[in-house]
Write a protein that binds this ligand. Structure first.
Ligand code: C2O
Ligand code: CU
Length: 416
């Protein structure tokens, strides 16, 4: 039995200097008061907001009983700020601080989350939105962040502590409580709104239907589309984002078409004149251009069959290795253009996320399509991606179904 929960969003901080304190937080989810994890006393973490071109500084003060790391999902940042155990930094011990600071070259909808035992820490709430405003933001009446999150609870409705093997195989740990954490609970009929949809759920792919708004998709994974695109349903895999701009015609409702459930709502009151102007495209972010000889790699996604092994790595593998391999998938000079062919040889969907870069999804006719940081490859399907590897360092490349990542579906690239 699934419940619909509504959760208010913590207030927005407007500086470039932030302190994030991961800690246990009491909150109500699925109608049940319970202890989860959050930042600065809020569940999930507060929305961090800065401007394109700013420098962001965040001090992380670990208030957990366990280690933690914070990863800035989708940002092109210096490698040592990426927040990844082994590849970029040590785990921040309980009671210790760590300072992250980096420039923000791109505007858009991003998010931050724990990258340590993330299938556990993210599933309890260690995540939050990171919004980078354009230098000239589009003209909208409301800019609303919507985090679509699901959580697995036990019979009493509290977070299910069971981490049995069955949660790492198949489609992973799919929650029974779905919630839309919205930064604003009411709008006016006729308002032009920007919805920043984020999927921080650890394993669930949403097939999202949005009622009450007539609009278009303007960005995917933080990156503006050249042409705003009409939509019916929006497929949002773990870690992915989608920005929609549209005009409010009714109460806004977010429904999951797979389960038929309404996940959340934004009430619409009053009445204002509908705008007659077209929905604007967002200004582009600076993008590297592919050049020179393409380096090629293949990545075979394997495993997940029938339960298999458990209690550690072993369920999932990439190119026959389960867990982070000793050698990177690619070891290239800075500026190299790489084409990676992804083959999903499993019976489940996977969403491959690359750190520190975006890449083009290559369409069936061989053309570069959407520019993203996570690509959903359905069971049995294949897809090429094209990436200009212009950011030096060791970059993780993993399935963002965090149960799959935890059970082996991860590799990395080295850019020299
Ligand atoms: Cu959203 Cu490797 O992370
Ligand atoms: Cu996966």
């Amino acid at each position: 039995m699934a419940a619909i929960a509504a959760a208010g969003m913590p207030s927005v901080a407007a500086a470039q200097n932030f302190v994030l304190r991961p800690e246990p937080v009491m909150t109500t989810l699925g109608g049940v008061r319970q202890e989860l994890l959050g930042f600065n006393g809020s569940w999930p973490g507060p929305e961090l907001r800065a401007g394109q071109g700013d420098n962001l500084r965040v001090r992380v003060e670990n208030g957990l009983q366990d280690g933690v790391l914070v990863h800035w999902h989708g940002l092109r940042l210096p490698n040592r700020m990426d927040g990844v155990n082994v590849l970029t930094q040590d785990v921040i011990p309980p009671g210790s601080n760590h300072d992250y600071r980096f420039p923000l070259p791109d505007s858009g909808t991003f998010w931050y989350h724990s990258h340590y035992l993330s299938y556990d820490q993210v599933s309890r709430g260690l995540f939050g939105p990171l919004i980078i405003d354009e230098q000239q933001p589009p003209d909208v009446d409301n800019d609303i962040t919507v985090q679509l999150f699901d959580m697995l609870t036990d019979e009493s409705g509290v977070y299910d502590e069971d981490t049995g093997a069955e949660q790492f195989v198949a489609a992973g740990r799919i929650g029974n409580v779905m919630t839309a954490v919205v930064s604003r609970e009411t709008v006016q009929l006729g308002d032009r709104v920007r919805l920043r949809l984020i999927n921080p759920s650890i394993d669930r792919v949403y097939d999202l239907r949005i009622n009450g708004i007539e609009g278009t998709i303007v960005a995917l994974d933080g990156m503006p589309l050249e042409q705003p695109r009409p939509f019916e349903d929006i497929i949002l895999a773990p870690g992915q984002r989608c920005d929609v701009i549209g005009d409010v015609s009714d109460e806004i409702a977010f429904a999951d078409d797979d389960t038929g459930q309404t996940i959340g709502r934004i009430a619409a009151h009053g009445q204002r004149q509908h705008r007659t102007t077209a929905i604007p495209a967002l200004p582009p972010n600076p993008m590297p251009q592919p050049k020179g000889r393409e380096v090629r790699a293949r990545l075979l996604m394997q495993g997940g069959a029938g339960g298999a092994k458990h209690g550690g790595f072993g369920t999932w593998a990439l190119n026959d290795v389960s867990g982070l391999p000793r050698e990177p998938l690619l070891n290239v000079r800075r500026g190299t253009t790489a084409r990676i062919s992804l083959y999903n040889a499993t019976a489940f969907d996977h969403v491959m996320h690359l750190h520190g870069h975006h890449f083009w999804e290559i369409s069936k006719n061989g053309e570069p399509g959407d520019y993203r940081d996570g690509t959903l490859v359905r069971a049995g399907a294949a897809r090429d991606i094209l990436c200009v590897l212009d950011n030096p360092g060791n970059w993780m490349f993993h399935c963002h179904m965090l149960s799959h990542q935890a059970d082996g579906m991860a590799t990395w690239l080295r850019v020299g």
